[in-house]
Ligand binder design. Structure first.
Ligand code: FE2
Ligand code: FE2
Length: 474
């Protein structure tokens, strides 16, 4: 169970390590300052129906109740230790999992933790204005839930930095509160986390695509030989599931609503659909193309010696490493990667170790495809022929083998000019974004009411009705 009588709720027996406790209690007010500055805009006085972790057991870990977000009990929760756990891959395979950081991997591991940690406050910053134009109280509550949990994920990484990395770790923990998403001088570390999330369509796309990148990174780190990292990532994954649910169902509800309106008014083309105040399916495809392409860049280069060394040294595994039937060393294995040759895309077999980013990206894409198939069922059931598709892996890439090439969503290699001429057909144009944002100019906060462009969800939060007062404005 989690001890909520402590200033910092935790299940790591923080009270027994006075120095660490003091260091984290010192960081806590800096975190609160960051939350007041960069957390959801004009939200501090609201009472929000939030879930809070009460235990790390898989069943019944969450308790629901009204909380003012600045009073949310952010804390440190790790999955319980399994004393028999081993390093399951790489050159240390079979050794007991590490409870302290191996000296030779210290700086690499610190970089991995800082990079993960940096994404957590970044997404809160990206989303901070969206509460001002929410489509319902239900959605407002959901975005706030996502935001407080991203804040907690930051706590999770900061605990590791303070507990295991001494002074360097404390400095990194401070820097995590100083970088800002999209800031010209001191941006967040990864590209997608500096992109704006200007509207709710972008938010749902982000939580579907980019939070799922988070899931796959956490899954790979949950295999780590460094046991405290593995255990903290396992618990973060239980929270991440909700973020992806918000994204997938958010897009489903928009599609649902658009299809309803298209059927009811017997309209097909985009401008007629827009005139009825819902988002046309072509625009949905463009947002999908954008979010998919910037998110798959987050997995890194197709061929990466860093990825190989993270694996060989036991720091970062593959997705579901222990379920894979092979030698878990990969010294002689190969893996296919794509590359551009002339004006064609070809497949080349490369060392499986250097291709580990690509492999994780492929695992991710397979899961994404499942979600897109579920979305397409909505159009199918409505008798509408439009289908969403994932663009080619090479489309609009800034990292890896496709960087610097101009690949269409269908996978043709084009000239820069030909590609640029089609850009607004493939990705949200300024006019598309303006249209989407024109639908989201104010808050819909009457209990049970939903904006015209989105269908209500199938059920409420924690079995509450749809007209439940998920956020109290008082
Ligand atoms: Fe997160
Ligand atoms: Fe998340």
């Amino acid at each position: 169970m989690i001890d909520y009588t402590e200033k910092i709720p935790n299940n790591v027996d923080l009270g027994r390590d006075r120095v660490l406790q003091r260091a984290l209690e010192h960081w806590q007010p800096a975190y609160m300052n960051w939350w007041y500055d960069m957390g959801p805009s004009e939200s501090h006085a609201l009472e929000v129906y939030l879930r809070t972790a009460t235990s790390v057991e898989p069943d019944g870990w969450a308790q629901f109740g009204y909380v003012r977000m600045p009073e949310y009990r952010w804390g440190i929760f790790l999955q319980p230790r399994d004393a028999s756990r081993q390093v399951n891959f790489g050159v240390h395979k079979g050794q007991p999992a590490w409870q302290e950081v191996p000296g030779e991997y210290r700086s690499t591991l610190r970089r991995v933790i800082v990079t993960q940690g940096d994404t957590e406050p970044a997404s809160v910053e990206q989303q901070r204005l969206l509460g001002m134009c929410c489509p319902s109280l239900y959605d407002l509550r959901n975005i706030f839930q996502v935001n407080v949990e991203e804040g907690r994920h930051l706590w999770a990484m900061v605990y590791l930095l303070h507990r295991y990395f001494g002074r360097d770790g404390r400095e990194e923990a401070e820097a995590l509160l100083e970088r800002r998403s999209g800031d010209a001088d001191n941006p967040r570390i990864l590209g997608a986390f500096n992109e704006p999330t200007p509207d709710w369509l972008a938010f749902y796309m982000f939580t579907f695509f980019t939070d799922r990148d988070g899931k796959f990174q956490l899954c790979a780190l949950a295999e780590s030989g460094f046991d405290p990292l593995a255990r903290t990532c396992r618990f973060m994954l239980t929270e991440e599931a909700h973020h992806m649910f918000v994204g997938e169902t958010g897009i489903s509800r928009i599609l649902q609503r658009t299809c309803e309106v298209m059927k009811e008014h017997k309209v097909e083309n985009a401008s007629d659909v827009r005139a009825l105040g819902v988002i046309d399916l072509q625009t949905m495809q463009k947002y999908l193309n954008f979010h998919f392409s910037v998110t798959i860049d987050l997995f890194g280069s197709d061929a990466s010696s860093n990825a190989a060394s993270y694996y060989t040294t036991g720091l970062k595994g593959r997705y579901e490493e222990t379920k894979i039937a092979d030698d878990h060393e990969l010294q002689n294995a190969e893996y296919p990667v794509l590359e551009v040759s002339g004006n064609r895309i070809i497949t080349r077999q490369v060392s499986a170790l250097t291709a580990l980013n690509e492999r994780l990206r492929d695992d991710y894409i397979a899961e994404i495809q499942g979600g897109v198939d579920r979305w397409n069922k909505i159009m199918e059931q409505a008798g509408i022929s439009f289908r969403l598709t994932l663009p080619h892996k090479g489309f609009h890439r800034a990292i890896g083998n496709f960087a610097g090439h101009f690949v269409s969503p269908a996978g043709e290699v084009l000239s820069k000019e030909a590609w640029e001429n089609n850009r607004d057909k493939w990705m949200p144009s300024a006019a598309d974004q303006k249209f989407v944002q024109s639908l989201m100019t104010g808050r819909v906060i009457e209990p049970g009411k939903f904006a015209n462009w989105i269908a209500p969800p199938i059920r409420g939060v924690n079995r509450q009705p749809l007209n439940f007062e998920y956020v109290r404005f008082n």
